[in-house]
Design a protein around this ligand. Sequence first.
Ligand code: A3P
Length: 340
Amino acid sequence: MEGKFNPEFTELSPRVAELSKLFAGRDETVKVGPEGWTYLKAMKTRVNEYLNFEVEKSDVFVNSFPKSGTTWTQELVWTMRNNPNLDNPSSKLPLTIRAPPLGREIAVDHYMEAYPEYAQKILENYPAYDQSCGLWVYALKKVSRPRTIKTHLPFCFLPPTLLEKGKVVYLIRDPRDVCISYHHHARLFAHMEYMGTFDQYIDAFIEDAVLWGPYWPHVRQAWSRRDHPNVHIIFYERLRKNRKEEITKVNNFLNTKLTDEQIEKVIQYTSFEEMKIREEHSRPQDLVDQNWADKEGGFFRRGEAGGWKNVLTQDQKNKFEAWIEKNCPDMEIMQNILNA
Ligand code: A3P
């Protein structure tokens, strides 16, 4: 496993600075740590809040690189723990309020100012917020227990004692599908204002200019902990292909004791189609580029595995192939994805 983590901030390389400019709506981009993690500058004020976040024994973290199926798993885990009979009235609250995101400050701090109506809607749920810590760290202090915590922070930015108390469900998805989905996200959400081409987006993805990257070190930090009893890895592709089997594994891992009948209901409830209908109503539409959404779909775009085979050109496939070969820490990861 990694040695002691040094969250030292460094200069952007000229190439990353150039690629970052393609995201016109982004706040200043920063690089941190020996892996060169990419975040917004709010990370400078927040990093210690995340590293010192107080983990509780009943905490379950749903952890992933963005676009790996986080929302799906977040709903799955929250429902298994709090709503196995699908009769809990709290399930009507937006997922972000029920299972708040640790680390979201570094992606949204600047647009809370730019989109006051959105900020207002969130703050209605946390009326006593006094700004002494990040809004989402505050939300996590207040949210009812047991907590299901979403986070895109890699292990190195999470408290070193995390696994002594909490459990982590970590998602892995084929990085080619992640990249396509992330590009869609960058066009869909107006605050990102991605202005480049898809080709340039692939460059930004594999050259570590997208937020929360780099991809492989993120995955590696979870993969290297895969045998820890408090870590459970889910492959998006496997979850799609064999929900019953994968959800049964989660049931055992979390000790949620759902019956077969309850699992069947949860499978239905968290299906792409049902989540799409429920969730799209609760998302702040003022943040969405409606022209793009009409053409390409909303947050719940396709929900497919292996869509990249039909989307990427041969050149793009070759570029990814070389990048995977050079950077994937263990080819067993790709085998799990491709043989799902
Ligand atoms: P696509 O853009 O490929 O459709 P995240 O939640 O990590 O941002 O991931 C979003 C991706 O997960 C999107 O992928 C989205 O459609 C997909 N997704 C969300 N809910 C899903 C579900 N219930 N089943 C399958 N895929 C789902």
